[in-house]
Design a protein. Structure first.
Length: 402
């Protein structure tokens, strides 16, 4: 891997860092006290500024209005934008739209691209992704009860989904459902585009998460599909290829997530160091032990952030050069490693802030609440650890080690 950052990316991320610092971070106190829908007018104004600066949709195809950055280049962008929970949304590269754009670009028909991909990249509409089910482990994408049965020129979809992020206010969902129940397990499910206003597509509720019920883009919804009928032309990619497409989506998606998490780590690390350098703990001078503990935390966090960052950039480079299949071990490693580094850094930053760290006067509690799920979604840590360990151990089965 070449560790030199291209000059183009230095310029782009420098502009983004300045915009995040001057235009986005000052919005956070308002963001923490208002609904997302109430924030939309000011967020739309910031999005217009980004488009004028030609920094819109950095990782999306140029022919559809994006900047066309590759995965490694966008990794640096994601790190910069991750410093604020509003960064990716304002720059038009937020999940789950980013992943949906990738698979629509790869697998969508010309008609699907015209109707969904172009306005999605442009930010005129939003989308969601409905795969996880209430009663089944989301870490195993071949376990799925939702069905899509062919009826003439239509699919009739029945099932229950939840954690469909940003379904509230979305234009359409990409629904993963079983279309070929008699096929091998990895070839049973398909992805189908379902407009949200289709009869039978029911948004049951926005799920309360850690005491917070989000709205609009900042929501996680429970969906009930009841005899939801859509044309078979809404099939995304070949029938039975839902799992394959999901893997195409999740590999790069984990790079986006992990570099966003590194951005969060950088932000709270800065806050922790600033707080540690300013806060008076006692007036009698007996603070040496406490200072040494915090200094130890700072050193550990600095080392772990650096390790997590380099691991993620290496995985991105490997995906770019060799493909998702060759990089799957690296992808699994960063998924659980970076998530745990982030949680540890956030926790230590909160601790250093003391009582202030529990309040929404600082951004740390928001990250503490909302990023705990990083160790669960896209497969729980334990699943990735077992999977990567089995893959490593297989290399030693017929190997003579001395």
């Amino acid at each position: 891997m070449d560790f030199n950052v291209p000059e183009k990316i230095k310029i782009i991320t420098g502009m983004m860092d300045e915009f995040v610092e001057k235009e986005i971070i000052p919005l956070e106190p308002e963001f923490l006290t208002k609904t997302f829908r109430e924030m939309l007018p000011v967020l739309e104004d910031k999005r217009k500024m980004i488009k004028q600066m030609e920094l819109w949709a950095p990782n999306h195809p140029e022919e559809y209005g994006g900047m066309g950055l590759n995965l490694v280049e966008h990794a640096f962008v994601s790190e910069s934008l991750g410093r604020s929970p509003l960064g990716h949304y304002i720059f038009g590269c937020q999940a789950p739209d980013a992943g949906n754009i990738e698979i629509l670009h790869l697998y969508g028909t010309d008609e699907q691209k015209g109707e969904y991909l172009r306005p999605l990249v442009d930010g005129r509409i939003r989308s969601c992704f409905s795969m996880t089910e209430v009663e089944l482990a989301g870490s195993n994408p071949v376990m799925m009860d939702t069905t899509a049965i062919k009826d003439g020129d239509d699919y009739v979809i029945n099932g229950q989904k939840w954690y469909s992020t940003a379904a509230d206010g979305a234009e359409f969902s990409i629904v993963m459902a079983v279309t070929n129940p008699d096929a091998p397990s990895y070839m049973q499910a398909s992805m189908i585009i379902v407009p949200i206003d289709t009869p039978g597509f029911n948004l049951v509720r926005n799920i309360p998460v850690m005491g917070h019920v989000g709205d609009d883009y900042a929501s996680h919804s429970e969906i009930l599909l009841q005899s939801c009928r859509v044309p078979r032309k809404n099939l995304l990619g070949p029938e039975g290829h839902g799992f394959v497409i999901a893997q195409e989506r999740l590999g790069p998606g984990r790079i986006h997530h992990c570099m966003r998490w590194i951005g969060i780590c950088n932000r709270v690390f800065d806050l922790m160091c600033k707080r540690a350098s300013e806060r008076m703990i006692s007036r009698d001078g007996k603070t040496l032990a406490t200072k040494q503990i915090i200094q130890s935390w700072i050193a550990e966090c600095a080392a772990n952030i650096q390790a997590a960052r380099l691991m993620t950039l290496n995985a991105a480079w490997k995906i770019e050069e060799l493909g998702v299949k060759e990089a799957r071990e690296d992808i699994a490693l960063i998924k659980f490693f970076v998530a745990n580094v982030m949680q540890d850094v956030i926790d230590k930053a909160l601790q250093v802030h003391g009582g202030l760290g529990m309040t929404d006067d600082v951004i740390i509690p928001f990250f503490y609440r909302h990023e705990r799920a990083a160790r669960i979604y896209d497969g729980a840590d334990e699943v990735h650890k077992m999977s990567v360990a089995r893959r490593i151990l297989r290399r030693y089965e017929d190997r003579d080690v001395r």
